[in-house]
Design a protein. Structure first.
Length: 88
């Protein structure tokens, strides 16, 4: 099993775009017991990946609870870097 942050990055290489809720839904089965499997921690990890050039923001909207959802995708270079360093 990969570390949670690795799994999150790999998820972005296999999807068009996703917000933190989407990532958590996709990884819930394997990672829901991890201490860092919380929305705030996931958002922080995603924003760190963006700051490091692996992900880029694509859009944002409001969910049914009027909470901001920010969507990201792996850029071509970002996906290449992720796949180079994190093997399946």
């Amino acid at each position: 099993m990969k570390p949670l942050n690795y799994a999150m990055l790999k998820f972005y290489t296999k999807t068009k775009e996703a917000c933190a809720d989407d990532v958590m839904a996709a990884l819930e089965g394997e990672y829901s017991t991890f201490q860092a499997f919380k929305k705030d921690a996931m958002i922080s990890a995603i924003m760190t990946a963006e700051a490091n050039g692996l992900l880029e923001e694509t859009r944002f909207d409001m969910d049914s609870n009027n909470e901001l959802r920010v969507y990201y995708r792996a850029s071509e270079d970002g996906a290449e870097t992720i796949n180079h360093y994190i093997q399946d």
